[in-house]
Each structure stands twice: as structure tokens, then as C-alpha cells.
Design a protein around this ligand. Structure first.
Ligand code: DP6
Length: 366
């Protein structure tokens, strides 16, 4: 079965043959959550395999997920992918990269057997997300982790193969395979076998909350893939960032173990700001934050100052949307404070009120 508590699955299989002698199709449905990085993955040392330059750390956000169905037909046909009802281009896409890898593995496996039926495999994916896709909200992470999970169920792949497929789709997807606090190790082996994710033990922190502030639902200006490659090619600050990631991850994990929210929150904000500094150091610069994002940053710092300790943290991925981490007893007070402050804010007033009033999504890690 499914190794993570937050992933539900069903697998219908037809092992038999159809009256025409074809193998029956197999269908699998899973639900896999997104993850938001606390120490960001930014920069690859292998672009085709999505192998990172640095270790990264994330929290899996259970209530935001992709529900994905994969149907495998054993016949020749065109692969198809539909996300939230919209057909995606498959030719030349990451989906195709994943599908081709599976076909390659299956051909290799079949070569050793008496292949009654040649390896003709057609993939059909339909996926629904309960959050906006492509707005820097890690939709590809949930989506590709779900596809990898389905592929494992249907083809009986090992956990290592599942991780490889998720990563091939999107690097950050490798972390969504696990729940709680998850570290993706960059790996040192030449075959990348050890570039895998692992769950940090005892991550149950029931009062921990994540608030996602959807600042902009639109598509991002530069994809993470293109953005991080541009950073690798042009930023001199990136090298320094990479040197610090392991230490910062250790600090956050230690703070997490001690349930030391302030220490953890401080490191989360530092990594987010460091990451966006590196984005600004890219040429031309990657400007993922907008005025509303910066207003949120200011509000969080003012609130923490008013409190006398760090009780709330923000982090921003490759887009303007904020993820705030805080404990349950802070949520209402912060929202009241933010609403009141924003009423007096001169800039972006209506936009921000809309976010806080209607689009706020509260999520809980497990
Ligand atoms: C800023 O995993 O989307 O969200 O491997 O090219 O698909 P590819 O990139 P992707 O990058 C995520 C970048 C990030 C930080 C993170 O999630 O660690």
C-alpha cells in the first residue's frame, strides 16, 4: 500500500485479456499533497535528470492536493494529460520524459522474458487540483509525485524508481512522496541513486499551521526550471547560498525537534529572502515578488516585533504568493492585525483586502 498517511489510493486492475487478445487496461487513482520548501531547491547540476546543487527541506501541506488518475492501455496510441479539465501538450513535455522512461524500463524488463505482447503502452492522465496551478504553488510537485505513485502501483516499481520518476517530472516532486518535514539530499553518487528524499522522524506538531495567501493566480513569468538555470549561469551569490543550505537545514530540523518555533521561523524567512536575493542577482533579474508580497513581508515583521518574539514566518517560492507558518493560537490575531493594518495601507489596499477576505486558504500539516 501507500506509505504516506496523506495519500489515498485505489487500484483497479484487469490482469486478463480482452476478447481480442489484448491486455486489459489498468487504472490507478491517488491523492498527493503539495509541499512548500523551507530551504529552497534552486539550481541543478544535471538538467535532464533534475539533480540539485543543494539539499532542500520542505513541509508537506496535506489539505492542498492533486487527485490524479492514470490509465495504462496496452496498445499503440497517443498519450494524453488533462489537468483541471484542460488538455496539456504532451509532445516534448516533462510528461513525455516520464512516460518514455517507463517504456524504456518495461522494454528492458520484457527483453528478458518471452514477450507475448510487445511493449505497447499508452498513458492517459487526468488530474484535479484544489488550488491554482502554476502560480508558484508547487502544483507540479503534487502532480508528478501523484503520477509516480500511480506508475509504481501499476508497474510494481521500487521506491527508488518511484522517486526517480517523480524527480524526472519535477525536482520538488520528489519531496511530495513523503509527509511532514522532508529533506531532499542532493546525493553524491555518479548514478544519482542517492539523490532521494526522506521524512524527518517525529514531525507531528499539531498546532502548526500554514496560511497560503494567493496574491496572484496567474501563470508565473519565468518557470522555476528556466529561472534556476539562468541563476546557475549568471549569479555569483548562488555559490555562497549553496554553501549555507546544509547548515540551515540542520538548524531548522533542530528547532523543529525542540518545537522552538521562533528559531525555526527565523531561519525560514532568512532562506526565503536569501533565495530571492539570489533571484535578483540573476541577470536579467528574476523578480518573483510584487508589491503585495512585500507588504506581507513588512506586516509579518511588524507583527513579530509587536509580539516581542517571532511567532509567524513567511516564505515565497518562484512567485508572489506567500506561505505563512504559525501556530494555531496566532492565526486569528494575526488576521485581525493584518486586516486592520491594511485598511490604513496606502498601496495595494483593495488587492490585499481581497486576498485576506476571500482567498485565504488555511492548511495544516500532519
Ligand atoms: C522555488 O521543482 O518546479 O519552488 O525541477 O525544474 O521542475 P524543476 O523545478 P521545480 O522547482 C521548485 C523551486 C522552488 C523551491 C522548492 O520547491 O524547493
Amino acid at each position: 500500500g501507500c506509505q504516506q498517511a496523506n495519500c489515498s489510493e485505489t487500484l483497479k486492475e484487469g490482469m486478463g485479456l480482452t476478447p481480442e487478445g489484448r491486455r486489459e487496461s489498468r487504472v490507478c487513482t491517488v491523492r498527493v499533497p503539495i509541499n512548500i520548501a523551507l530551504v529552497k531547491y534552486w539550481g541543478k547540476r544535471d538538467q535532464t535528470q533534475n539533480i540539485p546543487l543543494n539539499d532542500s527541506l520542505s513541509l508537506t501541506i496535506n489539505s492542498l492536493h492533486a487527485r490524479t488518475t492514470l490509465r495504462v492501455n496496452y496498445e499503440i496510441g497517443t498519450d494524453s494529460v488533462k489537468i483541471n479539465g484542460k488538455s496539456q501538450t504532451v509532445t516534448g513535455s516533462r510528461y513525455q520524459r516520464v512516460f518514455e522512461e517507463v517504456r524504456r524500463w518495461e522494454r528492458k524488463r520484457k527483453a528478458g522474458e518471452v514477450a507475448e505482447h510487445p511493449v505497447s503502452i499508452q498513458f492517459e492522465i487526468t488530474s484535479e487540483t484544489n488550488f491554482p496551478v502554476s502560480a508558484g504553488l508547487a502544483s507540479s510537485a503534487a502532480g508528478f509525485a501523484a503520477i509516480a505513485e500511480c506508475l509504481q502501483k501499476i508497474f510494481g516499481f521500487t521506491d527508488s524508481q518511484k522517486s526517480q520518476l517523480a524527480r524526472l517530472g519535477s525536482g520538488s516532486a520528489i519531496r511530495s512522496i513523503f509527509g511532514g518535514l522532508v529533506r531532499w539530499r542532493r546525493g553524491t553518487q555518479p548514478n544519482y541513486e542517492d539523490s532521494i528524499a526522506e521524512s524527518f522522524p517525529s514531525t507531528h506538531w499539531p498546532s502548526l499551521r500554514a496560511l497560503i495567501l494567493v496574491v496572484d493566480e496567474g501563470r508565473k513569468e519565468y518557470s522555476s526550471t528556466d529561472g534556476m538555470q539562468r541563476t546557475v549561469e549568471t549569479s555569483t551569490l548562488l555559490e555562497r547560498r549553496i554553501e549555507c543550505c546544509d547548515v540551515n537545514i540542520d538548524k531548522i530540523c533542530a528547532a523543529f525537534s525542540n518545537r522552538d518555533f521562533s528559531a525555526m521561523a527565523d531561519m525560514i524567512m532568512r532562506d526565503s529572502n536569501n533565495f530571492h536575493a539570489v533571484c535578483m542577482d540573476t541577470s536579467p533579474p528574476l523578480m518573483y515578488l510584487n508589491d503585495v508580497s512585500r507588504t506581507i513581508i513588512r506586516l509579518v515583521h511588524v507583527y513579530n516585533e509587536k509580539n516581542g518574539s517571532t511567532v509567524i514566518a513567511y516564505t515565497f517560492d518562484a512567485g508572489p504568493n506567500a506561505t505563512l507558518y504559525l501556530e494555531e493560537d496566532t492565526v486569528q490575531d494575526f488576521l485581525d492585525f493584518a486586516t486592520k493594518q491594511l485598511r490604513f495601507a496606502e498601496s495595494a489596499q483593495t488587492e490585499v483586502e481581497e486576498i485576506l477576505g476571500h482567498k485565504l486558504d488555511e492548511s495544516v500539516n500532519n
